[in-house]
Ligand binder design. Structure first.
Ligand SMILES: NC(=O)c1ccc[n+]([C@@H]2O[C@H](COP(=O)([O-])OP(=O)(O)OC[C@H]3O[C@@H](n4cnc5c(N)ncnc54)[C@H](O)[C@@H]3O)[C@@H](O)[C@H]2O)c1
Length: 438
């Protein structure tokens, strides 16, 4: 907990954003930041760059941009670093990913080509579909973490950064459950020395980040920092952590629509969601063990929003199915269909159909930027441990133990903005508004 208006250290010097995984999302982020810096495009989709925040009463007309209200790092001060299992530089990787058109990539080719991935910590068992050779070797997982710690220190000094943040934008790892080796720093470190198979590569990166005094955000559904050992380590090292799984296409739509249906006390019989996706992420998720991580993260949303235990007449036993089908012709341009069976007054049935022709990485890149900037802000504000106020960005937000996550996008946004107001010593906004009628 940070005290109200406790003060935030200024964003002086360069901010290094360390990307784990230099695939579709990461390269779209890096190319986008370069394009925005040159005025080629506006930062559409980024709350930190375009969003505003109301301060005081509605009659005060004080609505600064978020980036003018809190001391965020400027885009000009960002330097990117990355690890990947492939040696392709960011220009080659962006070309392969096929998200952005060649004309745009050619305009920022110099910056992209200079971003070359460092050798990755990778274990085939966690992502069976990918075979790369830009991979570190070491006698155990602790030694691999030490190599990452060296990479981090070298990157920081080579690039003259004053601060760093790390973001997991690598492939989704196979589903694993929390186990005793994840229970404390001590058991985690022992398991790393013992090469325990339950220590995923993403945990090794997170461990290295936290040990290096670097905040860590997780854009994929892997457990990673959502285990007691990492929460303890974040607390001990004073670093912010957050996750899991960027909330972009279909789940974004769910957390926009479901709160609306529930607020009108409209019943739900079922919600069937299916997707076709043809990028590398889709290929990895075609493996049932990797898809299981995604499925768990996607399924939790509706249960929490509809609260069937509180409203059994409306939401008991509703059916919720989520599918992702790998379909190469579509590349990164995912198509997501939802069929929603609802009922109203006197139980009369109705249906809603959604066909969202989205672009996965176009939706994810601004979230990655915002997360990096807000995690850096959190660190300068002295906020350590789980950053629940960043739930806005995630499908399966990490919370304190025993606390259910808030999935409603609008409550998440209010929480985020109130956290910024709290940080800067401003009054919180409750939307009560009785004072206008005194
Ligand atoms: N794009 C979205 O809308 C979205 C939404 C939610 C979550 N995500 C998640 O974000 C992640 C990135 O998505 P993407 O579309 O960029 O995928 P991608 O497959 O294009 O890129 C992932 C990259 O990570 C690399 N990688 C795999 N394991 C690694 C490791 N251990 N260390 C370093 N690099 C490693 C791969 O080689 C690949 O280049 C995925 O886990 C995806 O599920 C994406």
């Amino acid at each position: 907990m940070v005290d109200k208006g406790a003060g935030v250290a200024p964003a002086e010097g360069k901010l290094g954003i360390l990307l784990v995984g230099l695939g579709a999302v990461s390269t779209t982020l890096v190319a986008g930041v370069e394009a925005i810096k040159r005025g080629i495009s506006e930062p559409v989709g980024s709350l930190t760059q375009m969003g505003t925040i109301r301060l005081g009463k509605r009659t005060d007309n004080k609505v600064p941009k978020i980036k003018d209200f809190v001391p965020l790092a400027s885009l000009d001060d960002i330097v990117f670093g990355a690890w990947d299992i492939f040696t392709d530089n960011a220009f080659e990787a962006a070309m392969n990913a096929g998200v952005l058109d060649k004309d745009l990539l050619n305009q920022v080719s110099e910056q992209l080509a200079s971003l070359k991935p460092m050798p990755a910590v990778f274990e085939q068992n966690y992502v069976k579909r990918l075979h790369g050779d830009n991979i570190k070797t070491g006698k155990n997982k602790m030694e691999l973490a030490e190599q990452l710690i060296e990479d981090i220190a070298k990157f920081k000094s080579d690039n003259g950064c004053s601060r760093l943040v790390m973001l997991w934008a690598a492939s989704t790892e196979i589903y694993i459950e929390e186990a005793d080796c994840h229970a404390s720093i001590e058991s985690l470190e022992k398991a790393m020395y013992d090469n325990d198979p339950r220590i995923a590569p993403s945990m090794i990166y997170a461990y290295a980040a936290l040990k290096s005094g670097v905040p860590f955000a997780n854009g994929a559904p892997n457990l990673t920092v959502d285990i007691p050992a990492m929460v303890e380590l974040a607390d001990k090292t004073g670093q912010p952590i957050c996750g899991k799984d960027f909330k972009t296409g279909q789940t974004l739509m769910k957390t926009i629509l479901a709160p609306g249906l529930k607020s009108r006390m409209i019943g739900l019989d079922g919600w069937y969601s299916t997707n076709i996706l043809g990028n590398r992420d889709g290929e990895v998720l075609d493996d049932p063990e990797n898809f299981k991580s995604k499925e768990v993260s996607k399924l939790s949303v509706l249960e929490h929003i509809f609260q069937p235990e509180v409203y059994p007449e409306l939401y008991k036993d509703f059916s919720h199915v989520v599918r992702i089908n790998y379909y190469p012709p579509r590349g990164d341009n995912k198509e997501g269909w939802d069929n929603i069976d609802i009922f109203g007054w006197l139980g009369y049935k109705m249906q809603i159909k959604i066909d969202f022709l989205c672009r996965d990485s176009i939706l994810a890149a601004p979230l990655a930027l915002d997360l990096a900037l807000f995690m850096d802000l959190a660190q300068r504000a002295g906020m350590k441990g789980v950053q629940e106020w960043l739930s806005f960005y995630f499908k399966a937000p990490q919370t304190a133990p025993g606390l259910y996550p808030e999935h409603d996008l609008f409550i998440q946004l209010m929480k985020l903005k109130n956290t910024l107001r709290h940080m800067m010593g401003e009054e919180l906004i409750t939307h009560l508004g009785l004072e206008y009628y005194d």
